[in-house]
Design a protein around this ligand. Structure first.
Ligand code: SAH
Ligand code: F3S
Length: 434
């Protein structure tokens, strides 16, 4: 009988892809099958995130819960960014954990499985030329890594410490993966990297020169592929050629996540982001001029050390000007192994909370205003997910989450939908042309 694997994936889309890879390795080499019940699993894996402090604390309470409910013979593994960052400390604090596998070592999953108390967190391990195995959590779209690691040194961010230096994955591997996905029926690929538009700066072997814009062109030549998405571009590397390709290539979905972090040039400098408020606004204005209906989302950190009222007002000015379609907003969280950890001009907790609330209130009002205009509009939707309440959910090209009444048959198909009800981040509609 097949053994059972329970895997919990926290954090970003790269972790989703890493989990898919581990599932495939475990399935093909060790005959594991997935279960959604941790209590019946033979192996429990938590694929962790460490970008902010809270999820790291939660890991240990969660491990305790899994340890109580698991079968006696079951193993527990901790993988991903917190595994990289805490290493053997995880086994010291939770001695029942069987192995710890860092974010840059996930392809070693079937190896550590058989070495009790193994800790594999080598940061220079090169997975960039290692074709990830086939397992897809969705048959309709495929996540594809285009680079590993990150070469930036944003002073708040622990990612470079956990995922190591940035290496691009050779274009032929990426294109092969996209081909195979389309052959299996997926119509959309989602390209992943910490700085996707920095693609091609460095490969680990010798490969022909290639930048992100060229990679997008090559992928879009794949017949049968209808949609290309990617996350995240870095504002600094948004050159005109990239914006133009984004705007004019019909296969590239008109939605872009452009992480702002702060609207104050002084704070951006402290964060070592490499761009100013003016540069960011110029790039967004250029983008909007060429692709007026593009959905633009962003990440914002409030209360970075030293952020004054005037700095925060600059962030709000950018928010009011750009009118983002979605904002992921966070209070600054000091992280080990980062430069900002040592900054002492910490913003008081109550001020940080007030700023976050204010930002979210203003953004809610912006979204309320936007959502009023959606009713009556038509969008081409790709249906990807069956909901329990008799709805099928999908996304428009410009990333609106839209659901319609329907059933399985429309999964994996496209249809023209007219919006009938609109809320901040979810729209309800009716199919007008199938
Ligand atoms: N390169 C990725 C960023 C990965 S981290 C990208 O461009 O999307 C994801 C987000 O977490 C960041 O954009 C940032 O807004 C947030 N973040 C990272 N470190 C943080 C910290 N120390 N405190 C609060 N938020 C943080
Ligand atoms: Fe982190 Fe900055 Fe890289 S946010 S992932 S160091 S681009």
């Amino acid at each position: 009988m097949a053994k059972k694997l329970f895997i919990e994936t926290l954090g970003c889309a790269m972790n989703v892809r890493d989990s898919e890879h581990m599932i495939a390795e475990l399935n093909q080499k060790e005959h594991y099958e997935l279960t959604t019940e941790a209590s019946e699993a033979d192996l429990i894996v938590i694929n962790t995130c460490s970008v902010r402090e809270k999820p790291v604390h939660k890991l240990f309470s969660e491990l305790g819960v899994f340890n109580k409910l698991k079968k006696n013979s079951a193993k527990i593994g901790v993988t991903g960014c917190t595994a990289s960052h805490l290493g053997e400390e995880i086994i010291k604090r939770a001695p029942y954990v069987n192995f710890v596998l860092g974010a840059r070592n996930v392809s070693k999953i079937t190896d550590v499985l058989h070495r009790d108390k193994a800790v594999e967190t080598e940061i220079s391990y090169d997975e960039s030329e290692f074709a990830f195995k086939e397992f897809r959590s969705s048959p309709y779209k495929s996540f594809i890594n285009i680079s590993i690691g990150c070469d930036k040194q944003c002073t708040f961010c622990i990612v470079p410490h956990n995922r190591g230096e940035e290496i691009s994955i050779p274009a032929n591997l990426i294109i092969d993966e996209a081909y195979r996905s389309v052959e299996r029926g997926a119509r959309e690929v989602f390209l992943l990297g910490q700085n996707v538009n920095n693609y091609g700066r460095r490969f680990s072997g010798s490969h022909p020169k290639m930048n992100f814009t060229q990679l997008l062109r090559d992928i879009s030549a794949i017949e049968g592929l209808e949609r290309i998405r990617f996350t995240s571009p870095h504002p600094l590397h948004m050159d005109d050629a990239f914006i133009e390709e984004f705007a004019t290539n019909p296969k590239i979905c008109k939605s872009m996540h452009v992480p702002l972090q702060s609207g104050s040039t002084a704070i951006l400098q402290q964060m070592k982001r490499g761009y100013s408020k003016e540069w960011f606004l110029n790039r967004i204005d250029t983008l909007r001029a060429l692709a007026p209906n593009a959905f633009i989302s962003t990440d914002i950190i409030v209360a970075f050390p030293g952020e004054s009222d005037a700095d925060f007002a600059d962030t709000m000015a950018v928010v009011e000007h750009v009118k983002f379609d979605q904002i992921f907003s966070f209070k600054y969280s000091p992280r080990p192994h980062t430069e900002a950890e040592h900054y002492d001009n910490i913003v008081e907790a109550t001020i940080a909370s007030e700023r976050l609330r204010h930002l979210q209130d203003v953004q809610d009002a912006i979204l309320d205003e936007k959502s009023r205009h959606y009713v009556g509009q038509r969008y081409r939707v790709y249906f990807e997910e069956l909901r329990q309440d008799g709805y099928v959910a999908g996304r428009s090209d410009n990333n609106l989450a839209i659901r319609v009444k329907g059933s399985e048959e429309i999964l994996g198909t496209f249809a023209e939908v007219e919006i009938t009800q609109s809320a901040r981040l979810s729209q309800i509609g009716e199919i007008v042309v199938a």
